[in-house]
Design a protein around this ligand. Sequence first.
Ligand SMILES: NCCCC(=O)O
Length: 247
Amino acid sequence: MASGSPELYRNPMSITIGLTLDAEEAGGYSALPWYALRKNYCEALAQAGGTPVCLPHHAEAVAAYLDLVDGILVTGGAFDVDPSLFGAEGRHRSVVLKPGRTTFELALVNGALERDMPILGICGGQQLLAVALGGSLIQHIPDEVPGALAHEQDTPRHQPAHGVRVTPRTRLARIVDHAEIEVNSTHHQAVKSVGPGCVVNAVAPDGVIEGIEMPAKRFCLGVQWHPEYGVSPADAALLRAFVESCK
Ligand SMILES: NCCCC(=O)O
């Protein structure tokens, strides 16, 4: 079924997924501040059975948003989490902060965790989720990981960049049903350590953490790659499992 088809949204048991947005101060679309989100996040969620709704960065609206949706997808984008939020001293020169976005996303994730509402974090969204769960981040992979793979691929993002080893007996392993999967890669940061109760569910050949999850939660999982591009069948399986968990 084509995305955009009305049938995708005519499910009486519609599952509404709130997506976070990126934000730009000016330039490109408008001289005034604007929100942005790649359309394939919404299309891939719709194909997985969800009804996507985008959530502007209004921290005071978090409770109302969480009343409205069945799960949240924390997206990636051109931003980094402030290192002071995970106790790092100093900030790498490549770090780009968007404090309004980060403040909103932390409030949203903390609210969802309190309600045990399903959460999926993608790329920067996984990094945000890791910090919300008490973890820390590598601020710039090329400077902190000797012999690192190229984690910012220069090939199209619907093509694989590298494999990842899926940790046995994790939720991710049950979802993708493979010990290794191929993923795309477009990031300069990564999860460095996970907080209490959180586990690593996928690792790249260079040791970079590629996925995390919180087993005690209904569905609380992050991946460093972008499943919305559909690089392998594992990507669609992950999005379907997330949407299913929101029922
Ligand atoms: N920290 C932003 C997410 C993407 C990246 O790591 O480049």
